[in-house]
Design a protein around this ligand. Structure first.
Ligand code: SF4
Length: 365
């Protein structure tokens, strides 16, 4: 069982086998202009992503749904979601961004007002600063608690699922509060509502998630089938990305500041943090020259791979220089910290102008 509110899932191969997630690599050759996250295997799995590839080839309508739960600061691992949204926007998707304030309330005790402010100051500001264009007409962003369409659909979906099923999927027990129990149905509605007639009717929809969110995807796909005769829903597709490792070697988490580089960090803070990150270096310089480093077990390399090095050629060279023992961790960290300083300098400038725009996004609610 995967618990989306607490799990630290890392056994990606087991997930593929046990839960029927398909390897993303099988579809990669069919994807035009794949982003770094797809090319480098960071997006490792998918369900029915072929439908999305087909829609992109045919230039027909498709949607992307990616929610945010405002519960803390955004860290650099969260950038992966925004990078994907930016890519989908470039490829013509209708984009839906639910702000999961109901989930924040039931799972994290965060009041709605606080959620809204967090969503603006932390999340939407970063989404804009990272390149998502909220001025386009095909983008929809809303608070769950204020979206009547989603809430009505959530109520309808509740008729197609029972308590035992929810317990089996999420491990809910007798002490689970009822709001928490209801929240997955709101997420089901978040994912399915772009297919309602008022949004253009049934269409392929993809949800890019970390593997810990797969229970929501499985539940939504089942409910989409059960509501097929009423709404003709197409079961949503999904993609699964790896988590970024935290600076200490554990999962990066906003609630554990020592593990994370936050998107609101000052450039010099981000730079300092990467210098403290766990590496795959050896005990001594001599040993590293002889045996080479272990980039597969290195947080700095992961930062380069996921976020800092755009050029595949440059990344491959760094990988080999590490493996061959011709590059030492000090030199490598110096390069990475320069890259991160430049990135954060630019991001912080963009964030300064983005907050005003972020505030306007929710002004209709
Ligand atoms: Fe990591 Fe770079 Fe050291 Fe290799 S040389 S282990 S990639 S920090």
């Amino acid at each position: 069982m995967i618990d989306p509110w607490s799990s630290a899932v890392v056994d990606y191969e087991n997930l593929i086998e046990q839960f029927g997630i398909k390897p993303f690599a099988d579809l990669l050759p069919e994807v035009d202009d794949p982003p770094v996250l797809m090319k480098r295997g960071i997006i490792f799995g998918q369900r029915d992503f072929g439908r999305i590839v087909k829609a992109m080839h045919e230039k027909s309508e498709f949607a992307v749904v990616s929610g945010m739960m405002p519960s803390g600061k955004m860290h650099i691992g969260h950038k992966m979601i925004v990078d994907q949204l930016v890519w989908y926007q470039k490829h013509g998707a209708d984009i839906f961004i639910p702000i999961a304030d109901m989930e924040s309330f039931s799972a994290r005790d965060i009041e709605f007002k606080e959620s809204r402010e967090l969503a603006i100051v932390e999340y939407l500001t970063n989404y804009i600063a990272l390149g998502l264009d909220f001025k386009q007409k095909n983008i929809h962003c809303y608070l769950q608690s204020e979206n009547k369409t989603v809430q009505s659909l959530a109520y309808l979906t509740g008729k197609r699922v029972n308590l035992n099923e929810m317990k089996a999927i999420y491990g809910f027990s007798g002490s689970t509060n009822i709001s928490h129990l209801y929240v997955p149905l709101v997420q089901v509605a978040d994912i399915l509502h772009p297919q309602l007639e008022e949004f253009g009717g049934p269409k392929p929809t993809v949800v890019p998630v970390g593997p810990d969110q797969d229970p929501h995807i499985r539940l939504t796909r089942d409910i989409a089938d059960r509501l097929k005769s009423k709404f003709n829903f197409i079961a949503p597709s999904s993609t699964y990305h790896r988590f970024i490792t935290g600076l200490t070697g554990d999962k990066m988490s906003s609630s554990k500041p020592k593990t994370a580089i936050f998107l609101s960090d000052k450039p010099e803070v981000a730079e300092k943090k990467i210098k403290t990150a766990k590496t795959g270096g050896r005990e001594s310089l001599d040993e590293q020259k002889k045996l080479g480093g272990i980039p597969e077990d290195c947080v700095v390399y992961e930062m380069l791979l996921y976020h800092l090095v755009e050029s595949d050629k440059e990344l491959v060279e760094m990988y080999h220089d590490c493996k061959n023992g011709t590059m030492m961790c000090g030199e490598c960290k110096a390069k990475a910290s320069t890259m991160i300083r430049i990135f954060f300098k630019d991001l912080s400038k963009r964030r300064n102008v983005a907050e005003g725009e972020a505030r306007k996004i929710l002004s209709n609610y």
